[in-house]
Design a protein around this ligand. Structure first.
Ligand code: IPM
Ligand code: MG
Length: 358
């Protein structure tokens, strides 16, 4: 099969982690007889520099015409100007919204060899953590009306959290469907004690739960959920939540599994097209030093093979290869612990590559 992949390296460590990932996709292609054709595209800070806009129209069009999108990271201090009209992050929102990728899957898995990297006690971690955060991605406060105005002569600014029933239904459905394929345990996170939009969210989830009698549904307020995640992470299987709460909880979930440098993500809509990217940012402080962890991006490519192309065997081979390299004691700085072998981006990429044999 032929697959057209839009590749957006972006800023900071983005290009470094993408480079290692593309090598791995190439090897998968050779071994399994697939042809991956890459189209490299500009988005983020580098696009602001070259084109004056974070998401050039040709990038969005090329993404629409591809089979899937592999993204590194965008942003950096260079473009962090308080009153700037254009920001690198707008590229992400433009892609998510423009391609209608409303569902963001963020698996937080604690790999056995990385137990030491988790900040939680062994008694809390038990035999491991395996949580899937299902984050709504094209609605809520990220996309609601915002603005600045003078209120009684005082400078003010506002953002709006808004959800309609259909937006909640389609993401809740994915929450239930994925829970059915896992441990049938769904936690819906909201702030229904305060927010009207959360009360709508909760009602829709409850109504839908009638269609999935096997799934155990638990509603948690966001503040309690944030606490429970560090107190007793093993109670969670699938978490479904809004755009902003999902943004926050997925960072927290990633940290309890050891490092944000390990977590992949998939942003999906109704079709096969998706954006696959690590959940970490552009890490400008370590960019260009060859020390970034490429494993989250490599694991994102595995998600791409699985979700966009239906290539389960190939996806599992990548995941198995990553685990084996960790089991052999190789680590980048972010997941380093005593007695392990510290190596750089290219070295760990090559070790994973060497394991990719059909
Ligand atoms: C993420 C990031 C983005 C978000 C930022 C960079 C706009 O934090 O993908 O989690 O908030 O969605
Ligand atoms: Mg985030």
């Amino acid at each position: 099969m032929n697959y057209k992949i839009a590749v957006i390296p972006g800023d900071g460590i983005g290009p470094e982690v993408i480079e290692e990932t593309v090598k791995i996709l190439d090897k998968i292609g050779v071994d399994f007889g697939h042809s991956f054709k890459y189209e490299y595209l500009l988005a983020g800070g580098c696009a602001i520099d070259e084109k004056g806009t974070p998401l050039p129209q040709e990038t969005l069009e090329a993404c629409k015409n591809s089979d899937s999108i592999l993204l590194g990271a965008v942003g950096g201090p260079k473009w962090d100007i308080p009153n700037a009209k254009v920001r690198p992050e707008q590229a992400l929102l433009g892609l998510r919204g423009g391609l209608n990728l409303y569902c963001n899957l963020r698996p937080a898995l604690l790999y056995e060899p990385l137990k030491d990297a988790s900040p939680l006690k062994e008694s809390v971690i038990g035999d491991g953590i395996d949580i899937l955060v299902v984050r709504e991605l094209t609605g809520g406060i990220y996309f609601g009306e915002r603005g600045k105005e003078e209120v009684n002569g005082v400078e003010s600014a506002y953002d709006t959290e808004i959800y309609n029933v259909n937006e909640v239904k389609r993401i809740a459905k994915i929450g239930f469907e994925t829970a059915m394929k896992r441990d049938k345990n769904l936690t819906s996170v909201d702030k229904a004690n305060i927010l009207e939009s959360s009360r709508l969210w909760r009602r829709v989830v409850d109504e839908m739960s009638k269609d999935y009698p096997e799934v155990k549904v638990n509603h948690l307020y966001i503040d309690n959920a944030a606490m429970q995640l560090v107190k007793d992470p093993k109670q969670f299987d699938v978490i479904v939540t809004s755009n902003m709460f999902g943004d926050i909880l997925s960072d927290e979930a990633s940290m309890i599994t050891g490092s944000i440098g390990m977590l992949p993500s998939a942003s999906l809509g109704d079709g096969k097209l998706g954006i696959y990217e690590p959940i970490h940012g552009s890490a400008p402080d370590i960019a260009g030093k060859g020390i970034a962890n490429p494993l989250a991006t490599i694991l994102s490519a595995a998600m791409m093979l699985r979700h966009s192309f239906g290539l389960e065997e190939e996806a599992m081979l990548i995941e198995k290869s990553v685990i084996e390299v960790l089991e052999e004691g190789y680590r980048t700085g972010d997941i380093m612990s005593l007695g392990m072998k510290l190596i750089g981006t290219k070295e760990i990429g090559r070790l994973v590559l060497n394991k990719i044999v059909k």
